[in-house]
Design a protein around this ligand. Structure first.
Ligand code: SF4
Length: 172
């Protein structure tokens, strides 16, 4: 099984979201990670797409890779779940390393917030990522859907209606 950057992101946001996504249950905006990034990138940096490569490697699809400077550019709309975005980029760097591409760093960019954050992969991260991969595979292969997390971030999740509205539940 290939663990993707999206799996890695969702693992840090919500285990239930990870399970639903991996089980092939897609809602209207399930592809929000890709959609948001691409749309914002095109609007914010119309000239840049030509200089960066789209890279598919180890089950990951990296939309904007600068091969000359070995930098992954990951564009997001909101930094509310920045920790999940960071781990997504760290995982990309890890996958590149596993494929003998070393010395890569990442930049998380939030053009609408005028905010950037450099991402590097540490030795601790490498150890943690190997453990997380096992946890992600365990969740994905499980027959039972993890519980709802009743968090504020649920409101912006593509599965919000699936998780709550059908049961007439709301989050305070
Ligand atoms: S709505 Fe909340 S509980 Fe449901 S998948 Fe999304 S983040 Fe998880």
């Amino acid at each position: 099984m290939n663990v993707s950057g999206t799996h890695f992101n969702y693992y840090h946001v919500c285990k239930r979201k990870l399970w639903l996504f991996a089980s092939g249950i897609f809602m209207e905006h399930t592809s929000d990670l890709v959609y948001e990034g691409k749309l914002i990138h095109e609007e914010s940096y119309p000239q840049r797409a030509e200089r960066y490569e789209e890279l598919e490697i180890g089950g990951c699809k990296i939309d904007y890779y600068d091969p000359r400077n070995k930098i992954i550019h990951e564009i997001k709309k909101s930094d509310k779940i920045e920790f999940a975005h960071e781990w997504q980029v760290k995982y990309y760097i890890f996958v590149l390393e596993c494929n003998e591409i070393h010395g890569v760093t990442g930049i998380l960019e939030y053009p609408t917030l005028r905010h950037k954050n450099k991402v590097i992969l540490t030795d601790d991260d490498r150890i943690k990522i190997q453990k997380i991969i096992i946890e992600i595979e365990t969740i994905i292969l499980s027959n039972s859907c993890p519980s709802k997390i009743n968090s504020k971030i649920c409101r912006n999740c593509s599965y919000y209606e699936f998780c709550y509205i059908s049961e007439s539940e709301t989050i305070n």
